[in-house]
Design a protein around this ligand. Structure first.
Ligand code: HEC
Length: 137
């Protein structure tokens, strides 16, 4: 009860507001730090990534068909595994298949459990462009 009376005084109330203000700023900083961590990282332009025209075309296909399940610049999973560094290792991390064009094209054409196949959707040219882009990850 005593505290309530103190807070009711005008000058106590303003210091109370100041505390709120500081708390809000700390919260905002933490929020910003979390957001800028990875998920909401600014999207780089094609030029910033140094993509050639074929890779740019592959990136568009990626955005349309793959991005909803796979993060391109992170290994963190969405519905499917993140594809950062896809061709950097001998084997694909999730399926354990060899990380080469043949296997990756198979996956794109035929799909996987919980991943649709794109043989009816993408032309072989589309798949070549997509591969060119995937090699940049
Ligand atoms: C509906 C969600 C979904 C979409 C859309 C999707 N995928 Fe997948 N993808 C998955 C899942 C889930 C897996 C893991 C499959 C498994 O465990 O065998 C996967 C696996 C993969 C793998 C193997 C990764 C590894 O580490 O073994 C590759 C490569 C891949 N996807 C590429 C693509 C590409 C390229 C596209 C766009 C043409 C695409 N995916 C679209 C869900 C999706």
């Amino acid at each position: 009860m005593r505290t309530l009376e103190v807070n009711a005084k005008p000058d106590a109330a303003s210091s109370f507001n100041l505390r709120h203000c500081i708390e809000a700023s700390i919260f905002a900083c933490l929020l910003l730090a979390t957001l800028s961590g990875c998920d909401v990282e600014r999207r780089k332009s094609d030029a910033e990534l140094g993509l050639n025209p074929q890779q740019v075309s592959g990136r568009k296909i990626y955005d349309n068909y793959c991005d909803r399940c796979h993060r391109p610049y992170s290994t963190k999973g969405k519905k499917g595994p993140g594809l950062k560094g896809l061709f950097q290792h001998q084997y694909l991390p999730k399926t354990g298949l060899p990380a080469n064009d043949e296997r990756v094209v198979d996956i794109i054409r035929n799909g996987r459990p919980d991943m649709p196949g794109y043989s009816q959707v993408l032309t072989s040219q589309d798949i070549q462009d997509l591969l060119a882009y995937l090699h940049t990850l």
